[in-house]
Ligand binder design. Sequence first.
Ligand SMILES: [Fe+2]
Ligand SMILES: [Fe+2]
Length: 338
Amino acid sequence: MARTRMVQRWRRNMEVRDDAEYVSMLTTLSEGSVRRNFNPYTDIDWNSTDFAVTDNDPRWVLPATDPLGRHPWYRAQPLERQIKIGMWRQANVAKVGLQFESVLIRGLMEYAFWVPNGSPEYRYCLHESVEECNHTMMFQEMVNRIGADVPGAPRFLRWLSPLIPLVAGPLPIPFFFGVLAGEEPIDHAQKNVLREGKTLHPIMERVMAIHVAEEARHISFAHAYLRKRVPHLTKHQRFWLSLYVPLVMRLLGQAITVPPKAFWQEFNIPREVKKELFFRSPESRKFLQDMFADVRMLAYDTGLMNPVAKLIWRLCKINGKPSRYRSEPQRRRLVAAA
Ligand SMILES: [Fe+2]
Ligand SMILES: [Fe+2]
């Protein structure tokens, strides 16, 4: 009996057509996907000479917005080594990105499988999957052209990856928080690099510009999805969820920004540098905190900030002020804090 009620509630939560505002937002997003989308092989001219990857190209030096890129140890390395490290790191971030997207695509399919006929969520989730498929092709092409044999995410996450999408059907809310935990850090890092204005390799520049443009929709959807559902959870469910949110943010934020074991071994980087970089120095801590300002706003607005949750945000070192609106630039805050 209880089980039947649970299934009924689960099914009811998938019916969204009575919410005109949400339906209209989904329609706008879906129409946006049709109007503005990219193809990795027609919108990027991989074979043009501009896109060639050559040895010793200083455009692969890491930008100053990257925690490693601005570290004195890295800056003191010979240019040739800075380039090598830069190529490896940028390829690895692309690899983690595409692994994350692959999990996301499988999860979206799992979720969309269950939504009722006529649901506008079906169409939007499929648009998003198509876009993510294109992103994974684009990122993999970039990794292949850079030529570094990078592993991407830490091993335990790679091994766990087949199981994560299965959660999206029965537990879509934790799944979509996981989606944000991957999308927010990548988007934040890419926007920072583009804003910095450093001369990048054209592959990086093009790939990031395309990605940032399409991610805006994906992040909007995840926020709207969660804003619609979280406030209707029971008090108990909301409490457990509030503890899970900071943990998953930290876990995925770290998997994306901290290079895996192979990186430190390959380049023989001193342990001290690694510790300072992630996340002992004030700059790197700020980098970590800033990535999740929008998620903190979402957590406050949906009743997921209570004293215990706040403590976990703090222990995970991703506490701080929430954004006032989505994508609020964090630079002004640094000036204010200084
Ligand atoms: Fe993507
Ligand atoms: Fe995305």
